[in-house]
Design a protein around this ligand. Structure first.
Ligand code: CUA
Length: 352
């Protein structure tokens, strides 16, 4: 509960006027390029989804009780300091009192009652938030945590069992329950988008579940909430909640094979000759799965799981030297010359 209150206060502090601070503390970006990408509302007191509402309500209860305790304890302290301050007319030691059954009973029983109330409220919230099965009509999404990015898999369409694979940006329809099956490819991560739901650990060799149902469209940001190595801080989450029509259009576009213009053949050939294809899948071109799928790379807004905004310049800088943008990440620099960089970037930017 103390943790919950401190997280809540942290989230309040990070909100609003502290947005520039937020970009530094919560979402480090390099070269100052991405402050607009990562500055966003991470405030647990602005929920838009049932689990987040429950958590907000519990946070207020805990803060309310803690505030009342603070006022009572500090009030008695200040009153004692003033009432029993040293005064000229009082000489010698004050009257010494040893033991008081009513007082000792009170400061044992009252805290027990408070802890009991908080425990009951917490257990009830956990029970309400953690569903055992997907809610009716839910869209199921598989989430796979990797050092240091997120993989998402969902059905290509209603009644279609085959999966489309994307990375780092989850696009979902508004008003529909989203059921997440969380897995990890390596170490423990934690999926946390504060305005949608609470933290859920993403554990190797174990499937965890969480869910949300946004009541409004928009982009909701979050971050990996379990330390998972060097680039834990740049393992950012981005959930785009859109209308049903936009979602269907997005899903149909994602289900299409990658574009292959004749004009980008040089870049595509380089992609296949170099080590790129070992780690990255492009539908119909390569099938690597160690790094994010690039089939519809340019449909995303960021690169490096939120490390920087995605455009031709950042993409070129990233391929040139990923370590400069995200030190410690698992993508090496392939030491391409300027012409090779131009060709590869020219190809990748066509992957809409
Ligand atoms: Cu993944 Cu921290």
């Amino acid at each position: 509960m103390i943790c919950l209150a401190s997280c809540a206060l942290g989230a309040m502090w990070r909100d609003g006027a502290a947005n520039e601070v937020n970009a530094i503390v919560c979402a480090p970006t390099l070269h100052g390029a991405g402050s607009s990408v990562n500055a966003g509302d991470l405030n647990i007191f602005h929920p838009v989804s049932p689990p987040a509402f429950e958590i907000r309500n519990l946070a207020w209860l805990v803060i309310g009780i803690a505030a009342a305790i603070f006022v009572v304890v500090e009030g008695v302290l200040v009153w004692s300091i003033v009432r029993f301050r040293k005064r000229a007319e009082v000489l010698g030691e004050p009257v010494q009192v040893f033991g008081s059954n009513p007082v000792e009973l009170a400061w044992t029983v009252i805290p027990c009652i408070i802890v009991f109330v908080l425990a009951l409220a917490t257990v009830r919230t956990i029970r309400d938030v953690e569903l055992q099965a997907p809610p009716a009509g839910a869209l199921e999404v598989d989430v796979i945590g990797h050092q240091w990015w997120w993989e998402y898999r969902m059905a290509r369409g209603e009644g279609d069992e085959s999966m489309l694979v994307t990375a780092n940006e989850l696009v979902v329809p508004v008003g529909r329950p989203i059921w997440l099956n969380l897995r990890s490819a390596d170490v423990i991560h934690s999926w946390w988008v504060p305005r949608l739901a609470g933290k859920t650990d993403v554990i190797p060799n174990h499937v965890n579940h969480t869910w949300f149902q946004s009541n409004t469209t928009g982009v909701f940001l979050g971050q990996c909430a379990e330390y998972c190595g060097t680039q834990h801080a740049n393992m950012l989450l981005r959930v785009r909640v859109v209308s049903d029509d936009e979602f269907n259009a997005w899903r149909a576009a994602q289900a299409l094979p990658a574009l292959a213009h004749a004009s980008t053949a040089a870049g595509r050939a380089l992609f296949l000759d170099l080590a790129c294809m070992n780690c990255h899948a492009i539908d119909g071109v390569s099938s690597g799965s160690f790094g994010p799928s690039l089939t519809h790379l340019m449909s995303r807004e960021t690169i490096g799981a939120g490390a920087a905004p995605l455009n031709a310049q950042t993409l070129r800088a990233w391929i040139d030297d990923p370590q400069a943008l995200k030190q410690g990440c698992n993508m090496p620099s392939l030491k391409l010359d300027a012409d090779q960089l131009d060709d590869v970037v020219a190809y990748l930017v066509t992957l809409q």
